[in-house]
Design a protein. Structure first.
Length: 190
């Protein structure tokens, strides 16, 4: 893993450049808000302690489409996803402006320091499937477009498989899932 230059908030240069280009992981198309990944109460509280910004979060309904989307990210754990996000209830997500940009996206990238951001944001464009690190085939991700392979994308973002697995485990824990699929459930009360 090579040395990667970082911005003040801990972003790699490729993330900074991407944030200035247009559609990114920090922007969504109008009408797609329900597919924003949820922010856990612990993540929301952590952000609000360090970045006291009103309007950065919204309550979104647990629609069938949302539940299905999250369920596809956790294959074999769909029942837990339905339990965690019961239809008719709500969850928090990051707020977006009228153009679909995250409210925390500033002119130089994310205004939330990297170590405080939601785990999903820190993980993107990576995910873990069956214990293997992979990446989303997102055409909006500059690191993915420039790197093309897992090794080169990891390198351009200054991370490695172990760090991705650690963040993924932390994301699972904050939602009450065990750090690895099949390791036994963790009781969570919100």
């Amino acid at each position: 893993m090579g040395t990667v230059s970082r911005t003040e908030n801990g972003d790699s240069d490729v993330c900074r450049r991407c944030s200035l280009q247009g559609p990114t992981c920090c922007r969504i198309a109008a009408g797609q808000e329900e597919f924003c990944f949820p922010v856990s109460p612990a993540e929301k509280e952590r952000i609000q302690e360090l970045v006291p910004y009103t309007g950065g979060f919204v309550l979104s309904p647990n629609s069938k489409a949302f539940i299905g989307h999250v369920g596809r990210l956790f294959p074999g754990e769909e029942a837990f996803v339905r339990e965690l996000f019961p239809e008719g209830k709500e969850h928090f997500r990051l707020a977006v402006d009228s153009m679909g940009a995250c409210r925390f996206l500033g002119p130089l990238g994310c205004e939330i320091p990297r170590e405080v951001r939601p785990y999903y944001c820190r993980l993107f464009p990576f995910w873990v499937v069956g214990g293997d690190v992979t990446f989303f085939d997102s055409p909006t991700c500059l690191a993915r477009r420039e790197g093309r392979t897992l090794i080169r994308i990891l390198d351009s973002l200054g991370t490695g498989r172990a760090s991705v697995r650690d963040l993924y485990g932390r994301l699972r824990l904050v939602w009450g899932l065990p750090p690895r699929k099949g390791a036994g459930r963790v009781k969570k009360s919100f």
